[in-house]
Design a protein around this ligand. Structure first.
Ligand SMILES: [Zn+2]
Length: 195
């Protein structure tokens, strides 16, 4: 058993506009009754506080069953963050420049140490040390920031703004598209995982 979550990450929000964009989406979710206005003790991330599902939360999900887990809140995360899918490992990474896919696990899903070499410490450099997290692609040898790489099944996403739903049924594609629209047409990815 674990606690399931889904995070919609805005790939285009900058350090400067993440706060305002996050507030804009939150205001819309509250106005539409998808989440409650008050913050309560209902999420696992951050400080544990988030917004519980609102009376019209089914606008966002396929499954109309009520979410009854205590960890059922909604949480907005801003600031440089490496979002990940919790348990498991990333299967592969794709170079933003040559589109070569680098396999990161073997056939029994064990991480391949040598394949991880170029990525070693890069997430930390980008997220915590404010660096660019430069990765030299093993295929084309060109450098690019780790925030520009894409990950199989969207296991990771680097961004400044993410919206996490704890314990909710699968979010509909209409709903995730609508969030992208309200973010000014920004590119988004949906991470799904559990702790
Ligand atoms: Zn490359």
């Amino acid at each position: 058993m674990g606690d399931y979550f889904q995070t919609i990450v805005d790939l285009d929000a900058t350090e400067r506009d993440a706060q305002e964009l996050g507030a804009r989406v939150l205001d819309w979710l509250i106005a539409d009754g998808i989440v409650a206005a008050e913050r309560t003790d209902c999420v696992l991330g951050g400080d544990g506080y988030g917004h519980a599902p609102g009376p019209h939360f089914t606008k966002a999900v396929d499954d109309p069953d009520p979410v009854d887990l205590w960890t059922n809140g909604f949480h907005v995360q801003t600031g440089r963050t490496v979002f990940d899918s919790g348990q498991g490992d990333a299967g592969a990474a794709t170079c933003p420049l040559c589109r070569t896919e680098i396999r990161l696990v073997d056939e029994v899903w064990e991480p391949i140490e040598s394949a991880w070499g170029p990525f070693e410490g890069r997430f930390q450099d980008w997220a915590e040390d404010g660096g660019e997290g430069i990765v030299h692609c093993p295929s084309c040898a060109r450098p690019s920031g780790i925030d520009r790489w894409s990950w199989e099944d969207d296991y990771y996403a680097c961004g400044h703004l993410g919206f996490t739903f704890w314990g909710w049924a699968e979010l509909t594609s209409d709903f995730t598209r609508e969030i992208g629209r309200r973010l000014g047409g920004h590119r988004t990815v949906l991470l799904a995982g559990k702790l």
